[in-house]
Write a protein that binds this ligand. Structure first.
Ligand code: PSU
Ligand code: MN
Length: 335
């Protein structure tokens, strides 16, 4: 299959960018297989704006059919903003960068049956030849591998509440500490311990930038009571920040936190009470580890009567608009 290129040949399709390096991959031999869609591959070789998108949000973050509808709309928003969308997932054991509509639909329909794939799961999903829905950590890994600098999602994982006892800290945070991709999100949900999440990001050396805000947003709400480490006020500001991070070879990701649009921000106490109830249920039912986030997301959605799903969809669309503008500015800056 000519569309499937050996990893060692990918570099030939790409415009060499300072951030793109395969040096972290094993040298020689079979470096594994990866499939980059023609559209994404062409965009990367032209140095055009490309926006990575994750697939856990499709399979584990939203129910069908809203997940399929939203995935299509997000790709359309990215295109309308002048960038090329690259949804990332593992299909039949092959990491895919850029999906066909049938592939998106297959993931959306199969939903939670698709294995949630964080960094630790990548090798096992590939080795077993199965399907994997990539989380923020796994999506960053593949985006960086092929030279995509901007990745749009809804919310990142973080330090879970009581994480100081359970040590349940999302690998999204360590990935941000080791992989130079800018992640555009609406902050972290208050199902997490937001102050400790930000402390951990500081430890990992991750720049957390507030987009037109000094406060780290809490996904459903614009504020969390926690300050960001820097503020940016335009896509140009964001592009300059990402480029500085790249040129300095810091090696870390950049987290760009965009508050949910005012008209969709759910009243804090409404969502908060649903979160408390979901957390209690998770504890009672002994739901832990990688099952916890999907459980809490779907319970909060049920308990808020779908209001949280509507807010979730609205904020991802808003992030797609902002993230695409950032990717376009970055491509211009890199000329
Ligand atoms: N938070 C959300 N929506 C999501 C996720 C997190 O508001 O869909 C998903 C993302 O894919 C994220 C992952 O990377 O959950 C984190 O899972 P964990 O907490 O198990 O690391
Ligand atoms: Mn976890």
């Amino acid at each position: 299959d000519s569309a499937i290129s050996r990893l060692s040949n990918i570099a030939g399709h790409l415009n060499p960018q300072p951030c793109f390096s395969t040096s972290h991959l094993p040298k020689g031999g079979n470096r594994g297989m990866i499939k980059i869609s023609t559209e994404v591959s062409n965009a990367l070789s032209r140095g055009a704006a490309v926006v990575a998108l994750e697939s856990t949000i499709i399979c584990h973050g939203m129910p069908y059919p809203q997940n399929f509808q939203t995935a299509k709309e997000i790709e359309a928003i990215v295109r309308d903003s002048g960038a090329i969308p690259a949804t990332i997932a593992i299909l039949d054991g092959i990491p895919h960068i850029g999906l066909k509509i049938e592939e998106l639909e297959r993931l959306a329909r199969t939903g939670a049956q698709v294995r949630k794939t964080a960094r630790r799961d990548i090798a096992s999903v590939v080795a077993s030849g199965g399907d994997g829905a990539t989380t923020v950590s796994a999506t960053m890994f593949f985006a960086s591998m092929v030279g995509i600098s901007v990745f749009v999602t809804g919310g990142i994982g973080g330090v879970h509440r009581h994480g100081e006892q359970t040590m349940d800290v999302s690998s999204d945070l360590t990935e941000l500490g080791r992989t130079p991709v800018a992640v555009v999100c609406a902050g972290a949900k208050s199902i997490l311990d937001i102050p400790r999440t930000l402390e951990y990001l500081e430890t990992q050396g991750v720049c957390v930038a507030g987009y037109k805000t000094n406060e780290f947003p809490a996904f459903f709400t614009e504020t969390s009571g926690c300050k960001v480490s820097c503020r940016i006020d335009s896509p140009e500001d964001a592009a300059r920040l990402i480029e500085a991070n790249t040129k300095l070879n810091l090696g870390t990701g950049v987290l760009i936190a965009v508050p949910i649009p005012k008209e969709y921000s759910a009243s804090g106490s409404f969502v908060e009470s649903a979160i408390q109830k979901a957390l209690t249920e998770a504890k009672e039912q002994n739901i832990k580890g990688s099952a916890e986030t999907p459980f809490l997301l779907s319970r909060v959605n049920e308990l808020t009567g779908g209001a949280s799903l509507a807010s979730n969809i609205a904020l991802v669309k808003n992030n797609a608009t902002t993230g695409s503008k950032i990717a376009v500015c970055l491509a211009q800056l890199r000329g």
